[in-house]
Design a protein around this ligand. Structure first.
Ligand code: MN
Length: 303
């Protein structure tokens, strides 16, 4: 169906504990709140029974994506060969589990550690990451999985902070099943606006996270969602749009420390999730008339 984007929600909106039972709860809540897609964290593939959760997702009629960020001791951009090797094993395990749970996309900070670096990236680190991701993309291709490179702010990686960085990495990887993943929370910190990066990514944009500037209620911060959605419609983006929000009311363990989730932006997830879905639907409706106009212009200009 053209003209619509699948709306998704990150599983950790629902729960701070990650196990099979909580994953099944998150699946039920996702469907009840009217979303079509759930994003599962794959930081620890062994934390859930992927067969069982995959079945729950399929029987709820949902689509699924997976995401992860590498730890510092398993970083494919490291100068230490042992650390890089652990990083590749970490990615490989996350990829196999993502495929087993039924996901067609594995995304996140796949290219470096997720966390604050105290050094600038190096050329060698960039090259190591590109080479490891090329090997991962080849295995992903066999599994029918696309890889997303999530563009994150400077406090969560030193390697890919802007759309331009991600596009350069995609070029260096040189495989068709690697896409750019924009997130408004990070764009608000690193990009000049919410429109340019979408245009720059063009048809290499494969996934979008919508998160508010303070990661709380959608529409209550400074992110210019109206500009983002106008541009997504204009370029004809048809991929998923996934709501991401974190609150200290959910005890999300180590991840809370990594993402600096110190504040309680909300208490109960259900109303937050429903309000976000309604907000996203209203943005899609308001921009439906613009859909594809940019791609038509690009096509006719190329003739
Ligand atoms: Mn994100």
């Amino acid at each position: 169906m053209s003209g619509t984007n699948m709306l998704g929600i990150h599983a950790l909106v629902w729960t701070g504990e990650w196990n099979t039972q909580q994953a099944e709860l998150a699946v039920r809540q996702t469907a009840e709140a009217g979303y079509a897609l759930i994003e599962l964290p794959m930081l620890d593939p062994g934390a859930i029974d992927v067969q069982r959760v995959g079945k729950a997702i399929a029987s709820a009629g949902l689509s699924v994506t997976c995401s992860l960020g590498l730890p510092f001791d398993a970083d494919i951009s490291s100068s230490n060969a042992d650390v890089r090797e652990r990083g590749e094993a970490f990615l490989r395990a996350g990829l196999e589990a993502s495929s087993d749970v039924g996901a067609a996309l594995l995304t996140g900070v796949l290219y470096s550690a997720l966390g604050k670096y105290t050094n600038a990236p190096t050329k060698a680190g960039w090259k190591s990451a590109a080479e490891a991701l090329t090997r991962l993309a080849d295995r992903a291709q066999e599994l029918g999985v696309t890889l997303g490179l999530e563009i994150v702010n400077r406090y969560e990686s030193n390697l890919i902070n802007t759309a331009a960085d991600a596009l350069r990495m995609i070029d260096d990887i040189g495989r068709p099943n690697v896409v750019a993943h924009l997130d408004t929370y990070h764009m608000n910190i690193e990009e000049g606006d919410f429109s340019g990066p979408v245009v720059r990514c063009g048809d290499r944009l494969g996934y979008v996270h919508v998160g508010e500037s303070h990661r709380g209620h959608l529409g209550s911060g400074v992110v210019d969602f109206s500009s983002l959605f106008r541009t997504l419609a204009y370029v004809g983006y048809s991929g998923p749009i996934t709501f991401e929000s974190f609150s200290s009311s959910q005890a999300i363990g180590e991840l809370a420390g990594t993402l600096a989730v110190w504040r309680g932006t909300w208490d109960e997830p259900f109303p937050v999730a429903v309000a976000a879905r309604q907000y996203l639907e209203s943005l899609l409706a308001a921009t439906a008339g613009l859909r594809g106009q940019g791609s038509l212009k690009v096509a006719s200009a190329g003739r």
